[in-house]
Ligand binder design. Structure first.
Ligand SMILES: C[S@@+](CC[C@H](N)C(=O)[O-])C[C@H]1O[C@@H](n2cnc3c(N)ncnc32)[C@H](O)[C@@H]1O
Length: 449
């Protein structure tokens, strides 16, 4: 059992806080024992006065050495071994997770001494205190909050207090990193979507995303910690190179929206189309005069063409067709995993200046939402086998390769395409309810990020 004794003028407050929740349950299970001691109970005067004026003058009062010593000596007498004694003080060494680990590992019994007023008599510190710990570079009224913080941080590392070591080993400061951002249900809240990597169900992908976010956060918020990290592994070097590329891009203007395309978007869409063709024509995709303005117009007439806008400007487009694709039935080298209705993602591109900013991932998420809102749970897409950028995008957004299909293209172009499929996840019940009571998403601007 790990013991902590806290010497304080406010034992009830401290005891109440430390007997709540996880630490309370650990005490009930005899993994921990936290006792508080009223310093006043160790005075020899009737008024139970524990403080007196400071020698040399000055304002305030100082906790006297004798009641402190008598209290400390009483606690020491309860144990065979002299407990490690810590005075909480703004003059101490700043507390870190490394100290919490050390105190949990090297001791099984701590005494925490809380000062008050102007502080405590130095002679008690000299005689009884093993180390002084500060909560940070600021001054509190008393040591109680600092003692509670130290006790909490140490106790949660004691084996058995948390369900398993992974609970604290993945947290900020364990290995010099800050933790990645966390998300819980619903998948979209106030128009903010959970990062798609976390929805892939692919453990390796999720871990990679988390590590990258941790590195980014630590670098931005705590350059002192970041400097001390060993990032020489191949995997970290790859992540850092990726981060470098991402950070050197201009930020994507907000808000991001997905809405049905309009006639007055066509000029901007054609500019993006030309940029995409410059990449795709050399690999044999989007050859000849396909796609063209007239394709956008016929998609628009069917209500299937959408634009992505960033800060109000068109930054990309796509077509989401709810109609089965003729060539898909003749899939070879594999098969589709379901005969259920599906939507097909066609003719999609993002503007050159927003490539790699996450706008394309936003597009895939928007497609999924639109399909689900139409009651369709499957998305299919085909692309040229040399179109690695598209395959990377869809794979990281949860699509799986299903086989090869053929598309209608004029001679002499290669009609073969690789086919991918994704099963969409129904939104959590609260999101579904909001969607059902909201305006029709197919005719109104559809905001997601
Ligand atoms: C008002 S403070 C005394 C400050 C002291 N006169 C000084 O200037 O260093 C009273 C008590 O609060 C506690 N305390 C205040 N700031 C603290 C901090 N940053 N970390 C830990 N304990 C602190 C200490 O126990 C201290 O004795």
């Amino acid at each position: 059992m790990y013991h902590i004794d806290i010497m304080t003028l406010f034992p009830d407050t401290v005891g109440d806080v430390l007997s709540e929740s996880i630490l309370g349950r650990a005490q009930e299970r005899d993994i921990l024992r936290i006792d508080t001691h009223q310093i006043r109970d160790y005075t020899l005067n009737k008024q139970k006065q524990v403080d007196d004026y400071p020698y040399g003058g000055g304002r305030g009062a100082v906790l006297q050495a004798d009641p402190l010593y008598r209290c400390w000596d009483h606690i020491r007498g309860l144990y065979d071994k002299r407990p490690h004694t810590i005075f909480l003080s703004p003059c101490g060494k700043t507390f870190t997770q490394a100290d919490a680990k050390r105190l949990a590992r090297e001791y099984s019994h701590l005494i925490l001494v809380c000062g008050h007023y102007e502080g405590i008599d130095q002679r008690f510190i000299d005689e009884c205190v093993d180390e002084e710990i500060s909560l940070g570079d600021f001054v509190l009224t008393g040591g109680e909050i600092a003692a509670m913080a130290v006790a909490d941080a140490v106790c949660r590392l004691v084996p058995g207090v948390l369900s398993d070591a992974e609970c604290f080993e993945n947290e900020s400061h364990w290995d010099g990193l800050l933790e990645h951002p966390q998300y819980s249900r619903p998948e979209v809240w106030h128009g903010r979507a959970v990062p798609p990597e976390l929805l892939t169900g692919d453990h390796a992908k999720v871990e990679r995303w988390r590590r990258k976010q941790s590195l980014l956060r630590t670098r931005e918020r705590r350059p002192d910690l970041y400097e001390a990290l060993d990032l020489s592994s191949k995997a970290d070097q790859k992540l850092l190179a990726e981060l470098e590329r991402e950070l050197s891009r201009p930020p994507l203007p907000q808000p991001l929206e997905c809405r049905p395309a309009r006639e007055d978007d066509l000029d901007a869409m054609e500019v993006i189309l030309a940029q995409a063709k410059a990449l795709l024509v050399p690999i044999g995709q989007w050859t000849g005069d396909y796609p063209a303005r007239r394709d956008f117009q016929s998609d628009m007439a069917l209500g299937a063409c959408y634009v992505l806008t960033c800060g109000g400007r068109v930054g990309g487009f796509f077509t989401l067709s709810p109609r089965p694709e003729a060539g898909y039935d003749a899939i070879t080298d594999g098969k589709w995993s379901s005969d259920e209705p599906y939507a097909v993602l066609h003719r999609c591109a993002v503007a050159e200046q927003w490539r790699g900013t996450g706008l394309a991932d936003f597009m895939i998420a928007a497609c999924g939402r639109l399909a689900l809102e139409r009651g369709i749970e499957w998305l299919r897409v085909d692309t040229h086998k040399k179109n690695k950028a598209m395959q990377g995008l869809i794979r990281r957004n949860g699509f799986q390769y299903r086989g090869n299909v053929r598309v209608d293209v004029p001679q002499p172009y290669d009609p073969r395409r690789v086919a991918y499929e994704k099963r969409l996840r129904q939104p959590a019940p609260d999101v579904k309810k909001a969607l059902e009571s909201g305006p029709s998403p197919l005719t109104s601007p559809h905001k997601m990020i």
